[in-house]
Design a protein around this ligand. Structure first.
Ligand SMILES: NC(=O)C1=CN([C@@H]2O[C@H](COP(=O)(O)OP(=O)(O)OC[C@H]3O[C@@H](n4cnc5c(N)ncnc54)[C@H](OP(=O)(O)O)[C@@H]3O)[C@@H](O)[C@H]2O)C=CC1
Ligand SMILES: Cc1cn([C@H]2C[C@H](O)[C@@H](COP(=O)(O)OP(=O)(O)O[C@H]3O[C@@H](C)C(=O)[C@@H](O)[C@H]3O)O2)c(=O)[nH]c1=O
Length: 289
């Protein structure tokens, strides 16, 4: 039995689909039915039911985007900074190995030599570096809380996308935003992300932190070119002249735009599609939800 926390959310739903497709028994815990944020309650449930593995896809993201986290700081800090610590304590207590969905948005830019950040690079878009959104700061705290634990995977997801039109999908966002910010990013195809992360457990790769992004990096203009080429949208895409203008007119808090390498994951034998190919595939099979 696998326990899934936050399985009704955007990322959690993809885990549900994966586990159903694999025919694996799982239990989706929702706070409305069982308060898994209560550490004592979660510990006794885990001790009693003894799931083989737990996936934490719960957290606070802000909707429609991370700007909303600036207005709901307590919930955001609790969901991303405090809750992972409680789950960690409960899992260790009950002897349940687990995986935590983190975010690559704890970095900005790329390494000094232009390559993508690796798992050993210290996050540079955090409360410690004092340049981040509240959301990113709390996700970095969540990772700090889990650092060094021997029984957890920390999986870094980044700007998810797939072929289903949805306000949370990066491709939908670029199609719908009035004006776009030019940036280079490493991003994650959602179904590949959940499959790759679950494969970490199936293959029993060593616990620890993994960047789970499609290999390579892509600029906003490249994504727009792929969108236009696919025919999914043919509008005249507008771009901000610079990031200052984006911040002045469209955002309340800075965004993490960054490149990362998922070579550590690939070295375990878990492969993801090259990023331009993955975007092209999504656009080729584009559909309404
Ligand atoms: N979507 C994205 O762009 C990215 C998301 N992530 C991470 O993935 C995880 C899931 O995100 P996503 O699926 O998009 O988010 P959703 O808001 O769609 O779902 C998150 C779920 O978490 C549960 N939850 C538990 N505690 C809280 C809390 N304090 N505030 C809000 N929700 C809470 C809720 O489930 P319930 O009430 O049913 O228990 C909720 O449905 C988060 O940790 C996020 O940081 C990382 C990178 C990118
Ligand atoms: C608001 C806005 C954003 N953008 C760009 C900025 C950025 O590169 C990209 C995504 O920004 P958004 O504000 O839509 O999304 P944002 O909420 O920043 O997305 C993030 O959510 C959290 C949960 C994560 O963990 C991240 O991985 C990422 O998915 O779109 C525009 O081009 N135009 C706009 O008007």
């Amino acid at each position: 039995m696998i326990f899934l926390l936050g399985g009704s959310g955007y990322v959690g739903s993809a885990y549900q689909t994966l586990l159903q497709r694999k025919g694996l028994p799982f239990r989706n815990l929702r706070r409305a039915d069982f308060d898994y944020t209560d550490q004592a309650a979660l510990t006794s449930l885990l001790r009693r039911e003894r799931p083989a593995f737990l996936i934490n896809a719960a957290g606070y993201t802000g909707k429609p985007n991370v700007d909303a986290c600036e207005l709901h700081k307590a919930e955001c800090l609790f969901g991303n900074g405090v809750l992972p610590g409680r789950i960690a304590a409960a899992c260790t207590d009950a002897g349940v190995p687990w995986g935590h969905v983190s975010s690559g948005c704890i970095y900005t830019g790329s390494r000094p030599d232009g390559t993508g950040f690796t798992e050993t690079d210290t996050p540079n878009f955090t409360f410690r570096t004092d340049n981040c959104s509240f959301y990113s700061g709390t996700k970095a705290l969540g990772e700090e809380v889990l650092a060094g634990r021997p029984d957890v995977y920390i999986w870094r997801l980044r700007i998810p996308f797939n072929e289903v039109d949805n306000p949370r999908n990066y491709l939908t966002k670029l199609i719908r935003y009035d004006t776009l910010l030019e940036a280079a990013n490493s991003i994650s195809q959602l179904e590949e992300f959940v499959a790759a992360t679950f494969a970490c457990w199936e293959k029993r790769v060593p616990f620890g932190t993994y960047n789970v992004t499609n290999p390579g990096e892509v600029t906003t203009r490249e994504v727009v070119d792929l969108i236009k080429k696919s025919g999914v949208a043919t509008k005249d895409f507008k771009f901000f002249p610079n990031e200052a203008e984006f911040m002045r007119t469209a955002a309340k808090t800075p965004r993490s735009n960054c490149t990362m390498t998922s070579a550590k994951l690939a070295a375990t034998g878990i492969r993801m599609t090259e990023v331009h190919d993955a975007i092209t595939q999504a656009l080729r099979t584009w559909r309404k939800a």
